[in-house]
Ligand binder design. Structure first.
Ligand code: EPS
Length: 397
C-alpha cells in the first residue's frame, strides 16, 4: 500500500498548480467547501499584493475520486492560474538583477543562467496553493477521526498577541481569527499589525512575523523515536521549514526552553479518570511546553508548531544587488509581490502540519479504507486503555 505522500508541480505564471497525493485510504469524503475555503483564506490577509485580485483559487479533481470520495488511487488536483503567461516573453521578461533573500542568485548560479526568472517562477510562494490543497485534504481525513487544526498569526513585526490557546478556547479564538484582517485572534493587536503593514507600504518595504498551528485530538503514539526520520517533531520541522520564507521552526515552548530550568519546562504527568475515555486515555498535563510530542511521539496533548517568516524579499524600493550580465552594481529588480504574507503563511503552515500528522497517523494505522483506519485507531486506544492487563505482568505474545 503506498505511503501517504504528495508532490506539487507548477510555476507562478504557468498554466496551473498541480498536487498529486498518494496513499489516501478509500472512502474519504473530500469536502470541497473546506478545501476551497482554505485556498481562499490563503489568498487573503492584510498586505497581500495585486495577484490575489486576479486569481480565485479553486480546486478541480482530475483523478482519484468517485462521487466526492477517494477511491484509494492517486488523487490529482488542479488550481488553474488565471495570470498564466510563462511563454509570453514580453509579459514574463528576464530578471537579471537578483533580489537579496530570494532564490534568484543562488538558483541562477545553480542552473547556469543569468535569467533569474527560470528559478523564481517555481520558487514563488504561489506554489503554496498546491500545498494548501494537499493539507486541506489531510484536514478532511483528520476531521473524520476527531483531529482538528487551528492556525493563526501570533506576531507581525513587533505587534504580537499573548493569547493562550487551549482545548477549551480554540474554537472561540478561531472566530476571532476569522474576524481579523491579519488572522490574529486579538482585535487590538490586529489594528497595530495593519498599521505596521500600511506604514511598510508607504516605506516601500516588507514585513515578516510569527505564525502558529495547534493540532487537537491526536491519539498518543504518532511518530516514533526508533528512527530519527520518523520523529513527528522532526517531520513537522522539515515540512514547515520547507515553506517559502520560513527561517525558524519551534515545537511547543521552543527556544524559550533554553532560559528555564527543567522543573519549569517539563510538563508534570497526572491521571484524570474522567478523561480515560477520550484520546488522552486520562493522562493530562497542566502545561504543554513539550508541544504535544515527547521523543518525537505524540503524547495526547495538542501538537503545537510555531514558525518565523522573514519579510518578503521583493521590496518596491529595491535592495543593493548586481546585474548578473554586466556584474555592475544595480538595485534589485521589482516583481509584483506582497508587503506582508504572514497571514497567508499561517494557513500554509496549518496545512503542511496537518499533512504531517495525517502521514504519521496512516503510518501507525496503515489502512486501505477509512473504515479500517477508524477501527484501527479505536481498537488501539481500547487496548491502551486496558493496560495493565490482569495480572499486571501479563504480556501478549
Ligand atoms: C503569490 C503569488 C505571486 C506573488 C507571491 C505569492 O504572484 P505574482 O508574482 O504574480 O505577484 O505575489 O510570491 C512571492 C511572495 C514570491 O516571493 O515569489 C501567491 O499566490 O501566494
Amino acid at each position: 500500500m503506498p505511503i501517504l505522500d504528495y508532490q506539487t508541480a507548477g510555476e507562478s505564471h504557468g498554466a496551473a498548480l498541480i498536487t498529486i497525493l498518494t496513499g489516501l485510504p478509500r472512502g474519504l469524503t473530500l469536502d470541497l467547501d473546506l478545501i476551497n475555503g482554505e485556498l481562499l483564506r490563503r489568498q487573503g490577509g492584510y498586505g497581500r499584493g495585486g495577484r490575489q485580485r486576479i486569481e480565485r483559487d479553486v480546486v478541480e479533481f482530475l483523478a482519484g475520486t468517485r462521487q466526492g470520495k477517494t477511491i484509494a488511487s492517486p488523487l490529482c488536483m488542479r488550481v488553474v492560474n488565471k495570470d498564466s503567461r510563462m511563454d509570453d516573453g514580453a509579459r514574463t521578461p528576464p530578471v537579471y538583477r537578483p533580489r537579496p533573500g530570494h532564490a534568484d542568485l543562488a538558483g541562477s548560479i545553480k542552473w547556469l543562467t543569468t535569467d533569474c526568472r527560470e528559478t523564481l517562477e517555481r520558487a514563488s510562494a504561489r506554489e503554496t496553493a498546491a500545498r494548501v490543497a494537499a493539507g486541506a485534504v489531510a484536514k478532511c481525513l483528520l476531521r473524520e477521526v476527531g483531529i482538528e487544526v487551528f492556525g493563526f498569526v501570533r506576531q507581525i513585526l513587533d505587534a504580537g498577541t499573548e493569547v493562550e490557546v487551549t482545548e477549551e478556547n480554540w474554537r472561540s479564538l478561531r472566530e476571532r481569527r476569522d474576524a481579523s484582517e491579519t488572522y490574529c485572534p486579538d482585535e487590538r493587536v490586529t489594528e497595530r499589525q495593519c498599521a505596521i503593514i500600511r506604514q511598510a507600504k508607504i516605506d516601500k518595504d516588507t514585513i515578516g512575523g510569527i505564525v502558529e498551528a495547534h493540532i487537537f485530538g491526536c491519539p498518543p503514539g504518532l511518530g516514533s523515536c526508533m528512527d530519527w526520520r520518523t520523529r513527528l517533531d522532526a517531520r513537522l520541522a522539515y515540512a514547515v521549514m520547507g515553506v517559502q520564507a520560513m527561517k525558524a521552526v519551534e515545537i511547543g515552548l521552543g527556544r524559550a526552553c533554553a532560559s528555564r530550568p527543567g522543573s519549569a519546562v517539563h510538563d508534570p504527568i497526572r491521571f484524570d479518570p474522567a478523561r480515560r475515555g477520550d484520546h488522552t486515555l486520562g493522562f493530562t498535563r497542566d502545561t504543554n511546553n513539550a508541544g504535544g510530542t515527547e521523543g518525537g511521539i505524540t503524547n495526547g496533548q495538542p501538537v503545537v508548531v510555531k514558525a518565523t517568516m522573514k519579510p518578503i524579499s521583493t521590496l518596491l524600493r529595491g535592495l543593493p544587488s548586481v546585474d548578473l550580465n554586466t556584474k555592475q552594481p544595480e538595485m534589485s529588480q521589482y516583481e509584483r509581490s506582497d508587503i506582508c504574507a504572514v497571514s497567508a503563511a499561517s494557513v500554509v503552515v496549518e496545512c503542511v502540519a496537518a499533512f504531517e500528522v495525517a502521514r504519521a497517523l496512516t503510518e501507525k494505522f496503515p489502512s486501505d479504507s477509512m473504515i479500517e483506519l477508524k477501527r484501527g485507531i479505536e481498537s488501539y486506544l481500547e487496548y491502551a486503555r486496558s493496560l495493565p492487563l490482569d495480572p499486571p505482568t501479563m504480556t501478549i505474545a
